[in-house]
Design a protein around this ligand. Structure first.
Ligand code: PLP
Length: 452
């Protein structure tokens, strides 16, 4: 037996992984270095810790919390930081809606959309599984208490060391969509239960994933033969119609395509038992399609094409969290733009922006709609009638970058002043998840309540 005494190549294996698993896979028949004994650990062998801060959960309405936080702040006009109010009760209501309209489908929350531990804990208690895209996401849900069997590692192109980490935690269900990934997985986790992600028509979605992921139906037989040759287990099929989907038909068409993939599998001797209908369910009913319409198309198509022994899961992200978060921001600066032949317009600078919670404008095609929360000493939540005319304005984030613009031309607001507050509904998806601290502006904190 040959002995490796050098450090492991960080490009191949990085981060923490259990040496035993790594060694046993290297020593396995399919291993890259059969008959090789690993003596040393990777110099990246350090654990990461997911922070789970202890936070309190209020029981007041979002309205009451917003009001309390504004009025209790004696320094209101000195511009305290922006903040979210998260209503975990809304997450629960969305879960109940999902289960009521799609009772056969088990949701696996796509935590990339909002990895807030409080949301994860809430959904865990309700009984969802989790869709994770990386080692850190897997670690996050496991540390919060998810069972490894309720996790799907739904990233078709994964880093070897991260597959190994997932395997060490008994997370074996994972997606693939190409032959190289199959080879990689076969060498890394012989216990993997693979789900073939097929290419669905994403032309009816705002965020199309097909340019990056998904095996076209023509390649399904090739990939399944390769899986057979490598001896890896393929248990089912997944798809993603794209995020911000505005067509219920996109879901039913994709289910029909998945049925074709199941049939191809059956012809090649596979007995698939899992269908994963992905994400893309709207978080609020403003995108031209409702969740109810999608459920009406999706549920019956699944039932018609898949016998009851096939387990059906979904990977909703925004659906659970979008409407649960409200962001309150204050106006920290104002500029009057004089117009020669019309009324003045205004530029308002607020204390969260594109580099913070509003990154959703860039990454998620989000169109935020500002509302007045506090103006000239008066609280306005859900009461948008004013004793002043509306004027044209633009709203900007706090950084020194001119790209940091939240809306260029907004004419529904009355004139506002420094120290007044705006709020934005439906700010729970793809907001704080990717917020940065660019220019030194901290991420907006979250105040939790549960109205259920
Ligand atoms: C594999 C996968 N599943 C689920 C989701 C969640 O999508 P949505 O938030 O639109 O439901 C995404 C989003 O990027 C994804 O990539």
């Amino acid at each position: 037996m040959k002995e490796i005494t050098t450090f492991i190549n960080p490009n191949v294996v990085s981060d923490a992984f259990p040496t035993e698993i790594f060694s046993s896979s290297l020593n396995s028949e399919r291993g890259v270095f059969p008959n090789t004994h690993i003596k040393q650990k990777s110099f990246f062998d350090h654990p990461i810790t997911v922070q789970q801060p202890s936070v309190s959960i209020e029981s007041q309405s979002v309205d009451e919390i917003l009001a309390e936080n504004l009025y209790s702040n004696a320094e209101l006009s000195a511009n305290p930081d922006a903040f979210f109010v998260c209503d975990l009760g809304e997450v629960e209501r969305q879960y109940n809606l999902f289960k009521r309209l799609l009772p056969r489908i088990q949701p696996f929350f796509a935590i990339k959309c909002n990895p807030d531990p409080m949301v994860i804990k809430t959904l865990l208690k309700l009984g969802t599984g989790f869709d994770c895209a990386s080692k850190t996401e897997v670690q996050t849900v496991l540390e919060i208490g998810a069972d490894p069997s309720s996790v799907i590692y739904a990233n078709p192109c994964k880093q070897t060391s991260q597959i190994r980490y997932a395997a060490s935690q008994e997370v074996h269900t994972m997606t693939f969509d190409n032959a190289d990934e199959l080879i990689k997985i076969s060498l890394t986790n012989p216990k993997a239960k693979l789900v073939l992600r097929i290419l669905a028509d994403d032309s009816r979605s705002l965020m199309k994933f097909g340019v990056k992921f998904g095996a076209s139906i023509d390649t399904v037989p090739i990939l399944l033969r390769k899986a057979k040759e490598l001896g890896v287990e393929v248990v089912g099929v997944s798809f993603h119609v794209g995020s911000g989907c505005f067509s219920a038909g996109a879901f039913s068409d994709a289910v029909i395509l998945a049925r074709k993939a199941f049939d191809i599998g059956a012809e090649l001797g596979f007995e698939f038992s899992l269908l994963d209908v992905g994400g893309g369910f709207p978080g609020q009913n403003s995108g031209g399609i409702t969740f109810e319409q999608i459920a009406c198309a999706l549920g019956p198509t699944v039932d018609a094409l898949f016998p009851s022994h096939v387990k059906v899961i979904a990977e909703p992200g925004r659906f659970f969290v979008s409407s649960a978060y409200t962001l309150a921001t204050s106006i920290v600066a104002k500029r009057v733009v004089a117009q020669s032949n019309s009324d003045d317009s205004f530029m308002y600078y607020i204390n969260d922006g594109i580099y913070g919670s509003f990154n959703c404008i860039v990454f998620d095609h989000y169109k935020p709609s500002p509302k007045v929360l506090f103006r000239s000493g008066k609280y306005h939540y859900e009461n948008q009638s004013f004793d002043a005319q509306s004027s044209n304005c633009s709203i900007w984030g706090p950084t020194c970058d001119s790209m940091d613009c939240i809306t260029k031309s907004e004419d529904g607001l009355p004139e506002m002043n420094v120290g007044d507050w705006l709020y934005f509904n439906n700010m729970g998806a793809y907001t704080n998840a990717a917020a940065s601290q660019f220019n030194g502006f901290i991420k907006s904190k979250v105040i939790y309540t549960n109205t259920e």
